[in-house]
Design a protein around this ligand. Structure first.
Ligand code: TXA
Ligand code: MG
Length: 323
């Protein structure tokens, strides 16, 4: 960690420095009213990939886009009447809504894990001033290593992720200490995806409608079920070492695959063999090859260390037989 700034009394300095770090593609740990977040510029795919690398996440779970309020939220998602009602009632505050992704939204596909929906919330506290100063959404999961508790004090973040962030904004203990409640507004009925800081009953009262409840564990399983939402339409052939006729190629690294010159279309996740770059390119490249008119996508072997584990996990899900 290069620097810690205590936000109380120093907010202008903190936001200016944080905005600079974010613009440079670095990670910034920041306090929200719920828990500390590990933030990156939501349009910068490599910065977002670094979040997953820093957390040691074995999977690409979609991330929450943090905005200043309804106005900024509209750039990213399509807010219907229910979304507006909830935003008016609870923002800024610990409610996250999952809504359809707005056409042309300035958000990298790694943030949404390639889904046609996006999770959005407007946090309270210094995070809000920072997002306003930055002028765009910050993608941020909780600032803990994968599998560990969400951090509610700057010291927790320093201990777990001190080496991964350019800047840690210390806002003292978090006001709420529990993650935001997540409500999906992508279907007929609003659905509680994750219980959190705002009671479901309070949300139901504001909506005038009951929430469908996800089965226990389903909210956590949701990202693991993404294959059924977003898998390429074309079949995938993993760990390919030679290209077959009619195939498109998803390559990795500088080695030329035999038969590659006959590929219907080709994309390279990272010619330099960099797993961060590969993660940032994964969803966009798969979507492009999907539209190539090929019969199948052959995927070169991807190393399994670092972010390679999450990349291979996602590829395996995408290659799994469709229901
Ligand atoms: O309070 C919070 O929400 C904190 C602070 C930092 O804002 N953030 C947080 O993020 O808890 P994270 O990444 O630990 O949890 C976000 C949850 C994940 O379970 C993810 O699957 C879900 O949000 N999520 C994000 N986008 C989604 C989408 N498009 N559809 C369904 N679930 C989504
Ligand atoms: Mg978390």
């Amino acid at each position: 960690m290069r620097r810690v700034i205590i936000t109380g009394g120093n907010l202008a300095e903190a936001t200016a420095e944080a905005a600079g770090a974010l613009r440079a593609g670095a990670l910034v740990a920041l306090p929200t009213e719920t828990v500390y977040g590990l933030a990156a510029d939501a349009v910068n795919g490599e910065a977002v990939a670094r979040i997953f690398a820093a957390k040691g996440r074995p999977r690409f779970n979609p991330l929450i886009c943090h905005v200043t309020g309804v106005g900024m939220a509209r750039r990213y998602g399509e807010l219907d009447g229910r979304a507006e009602t909830l935003a008016k009632a609870f923002w800024p505050g610990p409610l996250t809504i999952v809504v359809p992704l707005a056409p042309g939204a300035p958000v990298h596909p790694l943030v949404t894990a390639g889904l046609p929906s996006v999770a959005i919330r407007a946090p309270r506290g210094p995070a809000q001033a920072l997002i306003a100063a930055y002028g765009g959404a910050l993608a941020a999961p909780s600032a803990n290593k994968s599998g560990r508790l969400s951090p509610t004090r700057a010291e927790h973040v320093a201990e777990q992720l001190g080496d991964e962030v350019a800047l840690l904004l210390d806002g003292g203990p978090c006001e709420v200490g529990l993650e935001s409640t997540i409500v999906a507004l992508t279907g007929e009925r609003p659905k509680l995806l994750r219980p959190g800081a705002i009671a479901a009953e309070t949300i139901e009262a504001a909506l005038g409608e009951t929430l469908e409840r996800a089965a226990f564990g389903e909210a956590i399983a949701a990202p693991g079920m993404l294959a059924s939402h977003y898998a390429p339409l074309l079949p995938l052939r993993l760990d390919a070492t030679a290209l077959e006729p009619g195939e498109a190629l998803l390559a990795f690294g500088s080695a030329e695959m035999s038969g590659a010159d006959r590929a219907v279309a080709a994309r390279n996740l990272s010619p330099a063999g960099d797993l961060i770059e590969a993660a940032a390119n994964l969803f966009a490249h798969m979507a492009e090859l999907d539209r190539s008119g090929a019969e199948r996508i052959a995927v070169a072997p991807i190393p399994r260390h670092g972010l390679g584990e999450a990349i291979n996990d996602r590829l395996r899900r995408a290659a799994a037989p469709r229901m």
